[in-house]
Ligand binder design. Structure first.
Ligand code: UDP
Ligand code: MG
Length: 318
């Protein structure tokens, strides 16, 4: 492929009036550079997705798109959340672009690695992940919770790229396959690696938020993390079953102990039978709960209706 690329950049914005003028200025400058390097073509666009903002975000997007033909806007009717806003943007541009890049509005991700992403796309990558090198601009709390979260996700069997958020390039082909994932609880950074395809990473240092404040307070962060775990793993369910078996083993130990105590005359009437029942019933209940949970886990993966396979290439007119 040596023609220049039709690139769409998708930027989710929630109450971002403070950063939008600067973000659009920097992105337009980058677009000019990439156009003069013949990397992207004239039809390339920057699409701002207003995620039901309460401030002047949409008015700014509206004005910018009147002023510059490279800029476009999508206004969501209510605050649908970051992940849904990114998806709305990507699905809207899918049919027009060769590839699309999603990036936050706050300039925390370094837009100067975008040309490198596009070059990797030209070299045949279908997905290019932006990965943060250092995170010293994040608070120690955010850094350690994020690191812990990536570890938990890995140990639960989800294939996520450490230190990658939602700054990534996806080719049109990857987007089309991705559109076949109809699930409602989105955790994009866990879902995209499920696609497979040829992928690569670019590395950058994360900056501080250019202006305004984080739209991810602790409460949203926790619910996002829980969403990630419960959308990608049924291991917590099998943990209940394991716990049930452990309690049952304990019930046997307690049974022996209670009988010995009883025959040594150290117990009151009814103590031994009560002890044995409590442990045994507890274990059986946990195993039963785990068993029911296993079926719920299966129902869960059925209702997500994720594609069962993804075809990368056809040969010989198939
Ligand atoms: N965002 C959004 N909808 C929301 C919350 C956030 O579209 O409900 C956007 C926000 O405008 C920003 C991106 O998602 O472009 C990431 O949010 P933020 O920078 O506040 O998160 P942080 O970097 O602090 O994790
Ligand atoms: Mg941010």
């Amino acid at each position: 492929m040596n023609k220049s690329v039709n690139l769409y950049i998708v930027v989710p914005c929630y109450n971002e009036e403070a950063v939008l003028p600067e973000t659009s200025r920097q992105m337009l400058a980058l677009f000019d550079e990439m156009k003069s390097d013949d990397l992207i073509n004239e039809k390339s666009r920057i699409i701002f997705v207003d995620d039901g903002s309460k401030d002047k975000t949409w008015q700014i997007i509206d004005k910018l798109s009147d002023e510059y033909e490279e800029i476009g806007g999508i206004k969501l009717a209510h605050n649908a959340g970051h992940q849904n806003a990114v998806l709305a943007g990507l699905m809207t541009v899918m049919s027009d672009c060769d590839c699309a890049i999603s990036i936050d509005a706050d300039l925390q991700d370094d837009i100067h690695v975008i040309p490198e992403m596009v070059r990797k796309f030209i070299d045949g990558c279908e997905i290019v992940y932006g990965v943060r090198g250092k995170r010293d601009t994040d608070t120690a709390f955010k850094r350690s919770t994020a690191q812990g979260f990536y570890k938990v996700m890995k140990s639960l069997g989800a294939d996520i790229i450490p230190n990658h958020a939602d700054f990534r390039l996806m080719s049109q082909k990857a987007l089309i396959e991705f559109s076949k994932f109809p699930e409602r609880n989105l955790f994009l950074r866990g879902m995209v690696p499920l696609l497979g395809f040829k992928t690569d990473c670019v590395y950058y240092d994360r900056n501080e938020r250019f202006a305004g404040e984080s739209k991810y307070p602790l409460k949203k962060m926790i619910s996002f993390a829980l969403d990630g775990i419960t959308s990608f793993s049924v291991k917590p369910i099998s943990f209940i079953t394991t716990l049930g078996f452990i309690v049952c083993v304990f019930a046997v130990v307690m049974g022996v102990y209670s009988v010995v105590q009883k025959f040594m005359g150290h117990t009151d009437a009814g103590w031994a039978s009560l002890m044995m029942s409590i442990w045994f019933i507890g274990g059986v209940q946990l195993i039963a709960l785990g068993l029911v949970g296993t079926y719920i886990g299966k129902i869960y993966s059925e209702v997500k209706r994720r594609p069962r396979f993804i075809i990368e290439e056809y040969k010989n007119d198939l």
